[in-house]
Design a protein around this ligand. Structure first.
Ligand code: NAD
Ligand code: DAU
Length: 376
């Protein structure tokens, strides 16, 4: 075999552009709100990344969220879409075998639905995570046996809701987990499992805990898109309780970008808070979106509260800042862009607000709206 050694190479060196550390990704839940943003933005960088999306296409998953990728032949060639369940080992194992990292967005994500029907949350947000981790463990053994170069990295997308309601101050990553809804309890269980696989089996894992995310392609069951789309149709806006609950709002491209940053730079076994640094009451957010739409406050109705409603979420983001991450989108600009996107994209959300949606909406809101009060 020819072997050459150049002891003193004096030719000018062209810097090699550094590619991504994990160029082959499995993105689970990549047809959902934040996962699809991650896929669109990562492929748009044209850095050679290839992505397999594994998505069950539940009521929340939507192939149309990836339409911008599919309309671009160069990006489309680097995307493979697989319809399947993260809780199905037969679907998961071959996909995990061919990637450098897994980013797990797949989840049942709506608190109100977790109160109506908790079981699906346990299946996906706990058992699904377990199945993904087991597949990573097999790949780690293959790496140890020399069958692949390295074990895959596993990034679990979690939520600030695992800290529970935070009356004052800001949660840091070492704070106690005190989830209070079936959704947040399932998410907490999922990330505890992830950490246990890092400690026990030495898997390369990272966890992100994101705050309330908003932006285009957000399913209309959630506060901001529900209220924008209802207001466009001059329908009533069901504000829970006194509407003075506080959330920290994070633009979707910033959330997806922070996840990508942690995937590339996060230390193994660590957890990172991802915040928007935009704490607002629900009333303030609603007033602002109505003003952008030019619709009256009289559309807002005070309705019976969500059971166990967390009053406030707030996180400290200094650990992620220390990793070099900074958000780009100011809230006022992000909210205005979001309102305009829904105004311009009725073809995306009107089909979602039909079919199964009607039954869900009646179950969740009919009695509430019947007993609603004017919001002064
Ligand atoms: P989403 O509901 O919009 O999307 C979830 C996606 O997962 C959908 O495409 C759905 O089809 C898919 N999915 C559900 N069950 C599946 C299964 N068993 N197998 C494969 N795919 C499945 O959710 P989102 O708002 O984009 O949230 C993504 C992740 O981020 C979730 O893990 C959520 O807990 C977390 N998170 C969300 C927010 C937020 O404000 N939206 C904030 C912090 C963290
Ligand atoms: O904080 C992160 C979490 O943010 C994510 O983990 C969840 O996946 C995501 O759904 C979101 O949870 P919230 O429960 O905070 O989001 P939601 O949009 O459902 O509600 C936001 C606030 O608005 C909350 O205080 C409840 C209130 N609300 C919501 C709806 C749907 C209303 O007042 N009326 C409504 O109809």
């Amino acid at each position: 075999m020819p072997h050459t050694t150049q002891m003193h190479d004096t030719r000018p060196k062209t810097p090699t552009p550094r590619g991504p550390r994990h160029p082959r990704l499995l993105v689970t839940g990549g047809a959902g709100f934040i996962g699809s943003c991650f896929v669109r933005n990562r492929l748009a960088r044209r850095d050679g990344t290839t992505i397999v999306v594994l998505d069950k296409l539940t009521y929340a998953g939507n192939r149309a969220n990836l339409a911008p990728v599919e309309a671009d032949p160069e990006q489309a060639a680097r995307l493979r879409f697989v319809v399947g369940d993260i809780a199905d080992p037969a679907a998961v194992a071959p996909l995990v075998a061919e990637v450098d990292a897994i980013v797990n967005f797949a989840a049942e994500s709506h608190v109100d639905r977790s109160i109506l029907d908790p079981e699906a949350f346990l299946r996906t947000d706990v058992m699904g995570v377990h199945v993904l981790l087991e597949a990573c463990r097999v790949e780690q053994q293959r790496a140890t046996g020399g069958e692949r170069a390295a074990a895959p990295r596993f990034l679990q997308v979690s939520t600030d809701e695992v800290y529970g309601s935070v009356e004052s101050g800001a949660s840091t990553e070492d704070d106690r987990l005190e989830p209070r809804s079936p959704y947040s309890a399932a998410k907490a269980a999922g990330e505890l499992l992830v950490n246990s696989y890092s400690v026990t089996y030495g898997l390369d894992t990272v966890v992100t805990r994101g705050s309330n995310t908003y932006g285009p392609y957000h399913h209309p069951e959630k506060l901001i898109p529900l209220f924008i789309t209802n207001a466009i149709d001059d329908e009533r806006l069901p504000l829970y309780g006194d509407g003075l609950q506080r959330r920290d709002w994070l633009y979707v491209a910033d959330h997806a970008g922070a996840i990508d940053h942690v995937l590339e730079h996060g230390a193994t076994g660590e957890t990172y808070n991802v915040t928007g640094n935009n704490e607002r009451t629900n009333r303030d957010v609603v007033a602002q979106l109505l003003a952008r739409l030019g619709k009256p406050w009289s559309l807002v109705r005070l309705v019976d509260d969500r059971p166990g409603h967390d009053r406030r979420y707030a996180m400290d983001d200094s650990k992620l800042a220390g990793l070099g991450w900074k958000n780009k989108m100011p809230f006022d600009e992000g909210l205005a862009a979001t309102v305009d996107w829904y105004r311009d994209n009725e073809g995306w959300w009107r089909p979602i607000k039909s079919g199964e949606w009607q039954a869900y909406y009646r179950r969740q809101y009919s009695a509430r709206l019947a007993g609603s009060k004017e919001a002064t």
